[in-house]
Design a binder for this molecule. Structure first.
Ligand code: Q9C
Ligand code: ZN
Length: 341
């Protein structure tokens, strides 16, 4: 399968994130994509192509224009206040607070985010829109008749909702790709999110819609980030009732439990009669992932690819998380190789 990749991801290189009560070197780093790309080349997965520019309107089909404008301007508003280091928010409205957008950049960062682990840097905007181009070029490849494509997106996207960022995600690459597939003719699109964390952003974007079915297998929100979404009883609302599925699994879960969830999810996707599939491909389910608590092993990822391939759907894989940098390439590309078998 073809891989779509842009060097622009390097423009987003956060120094520190707030994690475990301290500022630590950011785990979502450029070398992640380098390792994946090196493995794509090592196994000869297929050609590696540069993305083409796509109009901002494709982003605004999913994200609020005011939020997109905020992301575009955030760095210049931040540096205009005399700071040259990465921008992080410090506080958020909780029960009883007002939901009004502040004027000050520090207030805007809070208004448009849900965590302090996702720094905005000088190049975040450029990197994020390039990652969207990587996803949308993947859509073009599918629409030209390919069975599958790998969009090597960075930064990741699945935690970003219509108007907020967090979890290292700014623009929701997978959601924008799914919407583009709908806009270009697919009647029903399924999004299967196999990242270790719940894809809260993607879920919220499609929660009241029946034309995009969202399914996610992830760490139980009782124990794991993002904590406030991802429970099994979230089944969709309004027209989207019955078109959302969550498979929360406890810390320590291995491939036996994980693959049982995957098989159930694939049955749901098959019964839905989707026309296309977007896979939010995070490999932070790996046993050695530094911030995660599942126990998947490298060969398990081949089996994941085979199981997804059995759906026989045009499939776009969009890269999400995975922080065991040494093994992220083998694990992500194992999914793709398993799919191609
Ligand atoms: N103790 C993605 O995988 N911080 N984002 C978790 C763990 C946020 C992960 C702290 C993790 C976000 C795309
Ligand atoms: Zn993740």
């Amino acid at each position: 399968m073809k891989t779509i990749y842009s060097e622009d991801h390097r423009l987003h290189h956060a120094r520190l994130e707030l994690i475990d009560g301290t500022l630590k070197p950011a785990v979502e780093m450029p070398s992640r994509a380098d390792t994946v790309l090196a493995r794509v080349r090592e196994v000869g997965l297929g050609s590696v192509d540069t993305p083409t520019r796509h109009p901002r309107t494709a982003i605004e089909r999913v994200h609020a224009p005011a939020y997109v404008a905020f992301l575009e301007q955030a760095w210049s508003l931040w540096t205009a206040t005399g700071r040259a280091h990465d921008a992080l928010p410090l506080n958020w409205p909780i029960r009883g607070f007002r939901g009004r957008e502040p004027e000050a950049i520090d207030g805007k960062l809070s208004y448009y985010s849900f965590d302090a682990g996702s720094p905005i840097t000088a190049g975040t905007w450029q990197a994020a829109i390039s990652a969207v181009d990587v996803a949308l070029t993947g859509v073009d490849v599918l629409n030209a008749g390919a069975r599958s494509v790998f969009s090597l997106c960075r930064p990741p996207g699945h935690h970003a909702a219509a108007d907020y960022y967090g979890g290292y995600c700014f623009l929701n690459n997978a959601a924008i790709a799914a919407q583009a597939l709908r806009d270009q003719g697919a009647a029903r699109v399924a999004i299967l999110d196999v990242d270790y964390h719940h894809g809260n952003g993607t879920q919220s974007i499609f929660y009241e819609r029946s034309d995009v079915y969202f399914l996610s297998i992830h760490g139980d929100p009782l124990q794991e980030f993002p904590y406030f979404l991802g429970y099994a009883d979230e089944l969709g609302e309004a027209s989207g009732q019955g078109f959302n599925r969550n498979y929360p699994l406890r810390w320590g879960s291995g491939f036996d439990l994980w693959s049982a969830a995957l098989k159930d999810a694939c049955k749901v996707i098959s019964d839905y009669r989707a026309d296309a599939l977007v896979v939010s491909l995070g490999v932070d389910t790996f046993e050695k992932d530094p911030i995660s608590q599942f126990k998947l092993k490298s060969p398990d990822y081949l089996e994941i690819g085979r199981t997804i391939a059995a759906l026989k759907l045009p499939t776009l894989f969009a890269m999400e998380g995975g922080y065991a940098v040494a093994e992220i390439g083998v694990n992500a590309v194992n999914v793709l190789s398993g799919f191609d078998e």
